[in-house]
Design a protein around this ligand. Structure first.
Ligand SMILES: Nc1nc2c(c(=O)[nH]1)N[C@H]1C(S)=C(S)[C@@H](COP(=O)(O)O)O[C@H]1N2
Ligand SMILES: [Mo]
Length: 325
């Protein structure tokens, strides 16, 4: 019998199973929620086709922007069946089975706060005001898995321009939907500060790399990837790329973020990819490319790059800032 020796990354992989591991364990002890109760509460949502449905005619596939091209691409099905989306489940391979009841059309997005021209509009109307394009980006989760995917979207900077921030606006605060009836995670994991929320500085938000994505692999965004509109900041750990955004608020102070509140010693506000700064529980020096497992189940590993390979575009944003996390 062939006994496969566990590789170093496999050992760490059990540790790296979830951003939440440490926090959840701690909370578990505090609240005394039993696993059985949690399991019994889980709604039995049927597995359904997770695609988000109709494409706006002619929007997909969008023009490819040749300036953003890396490879090799991650397999589309691999990417669509390995997701972090805690509103549905902390089990990455199950999220796609649980999104059937999530209503993503119609979808309203509210953009407000310290701006001269606030907007509340239907996504279809927003898409009439912007130009979609396709960009292939690296994507790096803080759990040390990574992928390369073609997003369809538009620069967040274009939306920022439309609403005309006042000079008091220094940060953007992003918020996801809050619908316990459509997603089991809200009730299963009550110790998180729902709805999921994130933030960027105004300079980060207007960096040309920052996308609002409405599609992936040349088609509308599947629900498990954050339909119908999500943020993509490819030089930051994946949790900054908030899914299914309903609100963007321009604010003067650094906003709170979901993962920083959950485990402040582990997740900061900036969260730029950095191979030299280990997570308190694992190394960030290497990354595991999902979907590359060989016949022995061993994935391709690669060296993590500073700013996930986007240093030329974004390192300047952080010049002179000290000890940012
Ligand atoms: N609303 C919301 N957005 C989210 C998350 C989440 O749980 N809820 N998870 C984040 C994390 S940790 C990662 S790695 C990416 C995963 O994106 P993907 O499933 O499309 O690969 O989404 C991010 N955006
Ligand atoms: Mo992540």
């Amino acid at each position: 019998m062939l006994i496969r020796r566990p590789q170093p990354w496999e050992v760490s992989q059990s540790e790296v199973s979830s951003e939440a591991a440490y926090f959840t364990r701690r909370r578990w002890l505090k609240t005394g929620i039993a696993g059985g109760i949690a399991a019994a509460l889980a709604p039995r949502l049927l597995a359904q086709d997770a695609a988000s449905g109709e494409a706006g005619p002619g929007l997909y596939p969008a023009r490819k922007n040749p300036a953003f091209k890396v490879g090799p691409l991650t397999d589309k099905t691999v990417a669509a069946t390995y997701n972090n989306f805690y509103e549905f489940s902390t089990a990455k391979t199950r999220v796609h089975e649980l999104v059937g009841g999530f209503v993503t059309d119609p979808w309203t997005i509210k953009v407000h706060g310290l701006v001269k021209k606030p907007l509340t509009l239907d996504l279809d109307d927003l898409l009439k005001k912007v130009q979609l394009e396709e960009r292939i980006y690296r994507f790096r989760c803080v759990e040390a898995w990574a992928m390369v995917v073609p997003w369809t979207g538009f620069p967040l900077a274009d939306l920022v321009k439309m609403v005309e921030p006042t000079n008091r606006a220094k940060y953007l605060r992003f918020v996801t939907f809050n619908r316990p009836k459509q997603a089991p995670g809200f009730k299963l994991y009550p110790y998180y500060e729902w709805p999921y929320h994130e933030g960027l500085t105004l300079a980060e938000a207007t960096n040309p790399l920052t996308l609002l994505a409405t599609g992936i692999y040349g088609a509308p965004m599947p629900k498990q990837h954050g339909a119908p509109i999500r943020l993509v900041t490819p030089w930051k750990y994946g949790y900054k790329s908030i899914k299914s955004v309903v609100e963007i608020e321009f604010v003067a102070e650094q906003p709170k973020t979901f993962w920083n509140s959950a485990a402040p010693d582990e997740y900061g506000f900036y969260s730029n990819v950095d191979p030299a700064v280990p997570h308190p529980r694992w190394s960030q020096a290497e990354e595991r490319m999902i979907g590359t497992e060989d016949e022995n189940g061993l994935p391709k590993m690669r060296k993590t790059e500073a700013y996930n390979g986007y240093a030329a575009q974004v390192a300047g944003l952080y010049k002179g800032l000290k000890d940012i996390k």
